[in-house]
Write a protein that binds this ligand. Structure first.
Ligand SMILES: [Zn+2]
Ligand SMILES: [Zn+2]
Length: 271
């Protein structure tokens, strides 16, 4: 039986009844901003746990919509994106800003609820990354935020989709500014029937260090078999060391390197 997805509005065989535990505000937000005003097909049973969107401990209802797997994944990604973005900013304020008060971190790519848009034929490359580092009015570097269920220490290698590398390099080429990559380690703490997303740690590296740490490319077994680049995890450091590095003009040196030597090659496709 083909069922209509509440978000992308297509009728698909793999559309399922998806369950979320949501607070009142988040139910309204999802309905109006992400799901074309489609009211939940079911909303009942009050529980006290962590909301599937705002991640706050609140009174929740079991809330259901018919969604295709793609839209289900996307709706679930909002919480991860919001939590990691807020954590990165809080950790910057706690660890980096006291050391380099002249550089501020500005959110560029805000995780916001949005309706489905039909994909363009060819995916266009990013023109902005998640954060922009600014000294006064002047933009000095970009930051791209990545999240995962492992700490850097637990990884064998750090993996990044080649399409993500291409996005980062496109923004660097367009703006002439270097880019840093942050990795946020997220975890889950179950409070049945829902769970809380926990933030365990944050690390940083830059595109030149990544290019030097590149090992190989490989097709992912999951995630649509995308081509991913593997990097030695040693190119990452805990966020605490970024403040002193920026105070020593780390970002200025990266920019000079960019001007003198051009774009780093973050990955090479295996022969
Ligand atoms: Zn859909
Ligand atoms: Zn909520």
């Amino acid at each position: 039986m083909r069922l209509r997805c509440a978000r992308c509005n297509t009728e698909r065989l793999d559309t399922h009844l998806n369950s979320f535990f949501l607070c009142e505000e988040c139910t309204a937000g999802l309905t109006n901003e992400a799901l074309n005003g489609t009211q939940p097909i079911f909303r009942d049973f009050v529980v006290l746990s962590y909301c599937g969107l705002c991640n706050e401990h609140k009174e929740l209802h079991l809330t259901q919509w018919f969604l295709c797997p793609y839209c289900d994944r996307l709706v679930n990604s909002y919480r991860l994106g919001r939590v990691s973005q807020a954590f990165a900013q809080a950790e910057w304020d706690r660890l980096v800003r006291p050391v380099t008060s002249r550089i501020a971190l500005e959110v560029k790519d805000i995780v916001s609820l949005s309706p489905y848009q039909r994909p363009r034929k060819k995916r266009s490359l990013a023109t902005e990354l998640d954060f922009l580092g600014k000294e006064g009015d002047q933009a000095v570097f970009w930051v791209e935020l990545k999240t995962g269920q492992r700490s850097i220490d637990e990884m064998v290698t750090f993996q990044l989709d080649c399409s993500d590398c291409d996005d980062i390099l496109n923004v660097v080429a367009l703006t002439g500014l270097p880019a840093y990559v942050f990795h946020v380690h997220l975890g889950r703490e179950y409070h049945p029937p829902s769970f809380r997303i926990l933030t365990h740690g944050i690390w940083w590296t830059d595109i030149f260090a990544m290019a030097e740490a590149f090992q190989e490319t490989e097709r992912r077994r999951r995630n649509g078999g995308k081509l991913a680049a593997h990097f030695s995890k040693e190119c990452f450091q805990t966020l605490g060391s970024l403040g002193p590095a920026l105070s020593n003009d780390h970002h200025v040196l990266l920019r000079e390197r960019l001007q003198e030597h051009g774009m780093p090659r973050m990955y090479r496709i295996n022969e």
